[in-house]
Design a protein around this ligand. Structure first.
Ligand code: 28F
Length: 685
């Protein structure tokens, strides 16, 4: 007891430290939005993963409780509980209350993983309404509790356990005074990150459990949206709902779906399995996932890759388990090694003739799925968003380890080596042919006065920020749209039938496709590396297709084309889906439009169900005349537009989404659609 009162200078520093975290949470976790809320979980999980990397832990449990508090448990050694000599306090207390405690302990670089801000458990504590730590160690169960970073009970032995039963358990409730945007955890966001962590830490089992039912989550979201932040109110609503559900037996079938969720991630193959996951809805062109690993200049390197029969490349890079979407030195080293090694092999084995030009890196990486993971002592994250690895030693390490081991692999596996080289040679020839064709069309354009596609009805205003272009399915709807539009600011580009599926066609085929060529010229931005958003001729690109399955398919084909050829168009929010109505309701010369079945029902409810109601279901845009199209779908004052945004947590997940939707394997697509059907937010891809 007496110890508790004796706060020395260190203790005061502790409180000041955590107070700083509460004052400027953004400095420690980047943001207090939903992203920051999820970041708290990663900080705690990172510590458990460190314990796994140190070789003492093989299972981590993460549980989302009904009140959106989180418990993370591991079966490691347990955070030490003995008195830390410098502070006179138990080590575990220091870990959870002293800022930056995590990194410096243990000697020999104990801290390996760590989020972008890598600041550890005390920050989570400071930003939590309450937190509890339970440590099993030396046959005893120890516990300490905190509120907003302040100790509310000293470390106490609360029970006994087997001496070989060890581990750490942390439970925290994020502070509503800090996370003002949302307090609701998104299972899928945690799922994607924890899956990634499991891939990156071979052998580690991560179990994610959600104790909330779907309807509870929906209710929490509704309550939060209506500004009802008080959690007690939310649980009142839940209880009321739960008891009413029990009284209606006919709902039990539906209720059986309405339960919590659980996902288990456990990959003995580590990043090799990550590569198979990236390729799961594609067709690999050889069986092995090629794998290289080693340590050089204190950089530990792991690389895995496999080619598929597609044309896009997905390479995901990590430094200390942190995704580096902008690449950096480890990526440069990998690309270097790949280009050099394959060119050497191809030449030596006459797969590339002496008079042929060398294979370019792009040729070799066509259809590549790769993971690069390095672990490094002092990672330097550079670039505007700190998502690029700056350590030069990583380049040399990856380059030399991949060069050496890949050379050996190719010599040992001539069949695979030949398959890859032949694919690269094909890519090279196609690229060369396409370049010639493009030069030809460019010249033709110049000769013919060049410029915009014939089918485009352009707008007259030259100020792109005011302009929009409708990509319209079918000539007849295109005709109505041309009549309906505001000529100054609205351009119309009609498309004939289905556009090319760029996911399945050679990239060069795209340039032979008239619809795609028209869009590229109309937008003005160029594609791939040459893409320049400054040249975009329309602020809004609006996809306008029928409200049926075919229309949805065309919209998906267009989105796939945008994502693969000009992803920034989507990322910077320029792409929209028009929402034509599904029904027209007429009564006594008055007209209503309904955009969903629900809306139809509520309109009928409102106007009364009777004989005078005339309900027409629109089968397509073509059934609307120009005036109807204008007032329901095109008029900026009245229409509904859905902005397309990319919600996935990583480039890998977006790639998987598109290849699943548009690739040639039916089974993963069916699974994907079934998995997403219930929760389809129709435009978040
Ligand atoms: C639920 C989240 O945080 N697990 C952790 C350990 C184990 C050790 C440790 C952690 C060493 C000197 C502090 C044990 N025995 N899961 C976790 N497991 N931290 S965090 O040590 C940290 C420092 O004081 C540990 C021997 N060495 C290290």
């Amino acid at each position: 007891m007496s110890e508790k009162q004796q706060y020395g200078g260190d203790q005061i520093q502790v409180l000041e430290g955590l107070e700083a975290v509460r004052k400027r949470p953004g400095m420690y976790i980047g943001t207090t939005s939903s992203r920051g809320l999820h970041h708290l979980v990663y900080e705690i999980v990172d510590n458990a993963v460190d314990e796994a990397l140190a070789g003492f832990c093989d299972t981590v449990h993460v549980t989302i409780h009904k009140d959106n508090s989180i418990t993370v448990t591991d079966n490691g050694r347990g955070v030490p509980v003995d008195i830390n000599h410098k502070t006179g306090r138990p080590a575990v207390e220091v870990v959870y209350t002293v800022l930056h405690a995590g990194g410096k302990f243990g000697g020999g670089g104990y801290k390996v993983s760590g989020g972008l801000h890598g600041v550890g458990a005390s920050v989570v504590n400071a930003l939590s309404e309450n937190m509890e730590v339970v440590v099993k160690r030396d046959g005893k169960v120890h516990r300490q509790t905190y509120e907003r970073g302040k100790i509310t009970s000293d470390l106490t032995v609360i029970g006994e356990c087997e001496s070989d039963d060890t581990g750490t358990q942390v439970t925290f409730l994020p502070d509503k005074d800090i996370f003002k945007e949302t307090l609701i955890y998104d299972f899928d966001v945690l799922k994607n990150r924890l899956r990634e962590m499991a891939f990156l830490t071979k052998g580690l089992k991560i179990v994610l459990t959600d104790e909330r039912t779907r309807s509870e989550i929906e209710m929490q979201i509704k309550a939060e949206k209506s500004g009802k932040q008080d959690t007690e109110d939310i649980s009142d609503v839940q209880e009321a709902e739960e008891s009413s559900e029990q009284e209606t037996p006919e709902e039990t079938v539906e209720n059986s779906e309405d339960k919590g969720r659980e996902e288990v991630f456990h990959y003995e193959g580590g990043i090799k399995e990550f590569v198979s996951y990236l390729n799961k809805s594609k067709t690999p062109i050889y069986e092995d996932v090629i794998y290289c690993e080693g340590v050089k200049d204190k950089v530990s390197v792991e690389v895995a890759f496999q080619h598929n029969d597609g044309y896009s490349e997905i390479t995901e890079c990590f430094a200390n388990n942190i995704n580096t979407p902008e690449g950096g030195m480890h990526l440069t080293g990998f690309k270097n090694a790949l280009t050099k090694t394959f060119n050497d092999y191809a030449k030596k084995n006459k797969l590339l003739k002496d008079n042929e030009p060398a294979l370019s890196g792009e040729d070799i990486r066509e259809g590549l799925a790769a993971i690069i993971s390095v672990k490094i002592e002092n990672p330097q994250f550079e670039g505007q968003t700190k998502q690029k690895l700056g350590n030069a030693e990583a380049r040399g390490a990856v380059d030399s380890i991949v060069s050496e081991q890949l050379t050996y692999y190719l010599e040992q596996n001539p069949a695979q080596a030949r398959i890859i080289c032949e694919k690269a040679v094909l890519a090279q020839r196609a690229r060369e042919a396409a370049r010639k064709a493009r030069d030809l069309t460019r010249r033709k354009n110049v000769l013919e006065g060049g410029g915009l596609p014939g089918k485009l009805a352009d707008c007259s205003d030259k100020d792109a920020s005011k302009c929009e272009i409708f990509i319209v399915e079918g000539d007849s709807a295109g005709g109505s749209a041309k009549k309906a539009r505001t000529r100054t600011t609205q351009a119309i580009l009609p498309l004939r039938g289905k556009i090319l599926n760029v996911e399945k066609a050679r990239p060069e085929k795209a340039f032979e496709n008239e619809e795609i060529r028209s869009m590229i010229t109309a937008f003005g931005t160029g594609i791939h590396d040459e893409f320049d958003i400054e040249k975009l001729r329309y602020n809004k690109i609006i996809i306008m297709t029928d409200a049926d399955v075919d229309g949805a398919h065309i919209a998906t084909l267009l989105l796939t084309f945008f994502y693969r050829f000009m992803p920034k168009l989507i990322k910077e929010g320029h792409v929209f889906l028009a929402q034509p109505p599904l029904y027209k309701i007429e009564k006594n010369k008055k007209v209503w439009y309904a955009y969903s079945d629900d809306e139809l029902n509520s309109i009928i409810e409102e106007i009364g169900r009777d004989q005078n109601n005339r309900v027409q279901r629109y089968k397509g845009l073509g059934e609307m005349d120009a005036e109807q199209l204008w007032e329901t779908t095109m008029d900026p004052e009245r229409r509904i537009l859905l902005r397309v945004n990319i919600e996935e947590s990583s480039e890998a997940e977006v790639d998987i989404t598109f290849s699943t939707l548009m690739g040639d394997q039916v089974e993963p697509r069916r699974e994907f659609i079934e998995a997403n059907a219930k929760y389809a937010k129709n435009l978040d891809i």
